[in-house]
Design a binder for this molecule. Structure first.
Ligand SMILES: [Zn+2]
Length: 60
């Protein structure tokens, strides 16, 4: 058992806690993973970077 900061309120909670004793969020020691929206944002950022790079290359 070790302590981790709660992903919602930041208080230290045990990694096997089912709920945060401070804010009540479920599985507080489990970090938020990159969800579907995160991948879409990452892809959009890459596409934008590629477009900018292409524009810079065409100018030269
Ligand atoms: Zn909490």
């Amino acid at each position: 058992m070790s302590l981790h900061p709660c992903r919602e309120c930041g208080h230290e909670v045990s990694d096997d806690a089912l709920a945060c004793p401070h804010c009540g969020c479920a599985h507080p020691a489990v970090q938020k993973s990159l969800g579907c929206g995160g991948w879409v944002l990452l892809f959009a950022a890459l596409a934008m970077a590629a477009a900018v790079i292409r524009t810079v290359i065409e100018r030269h």
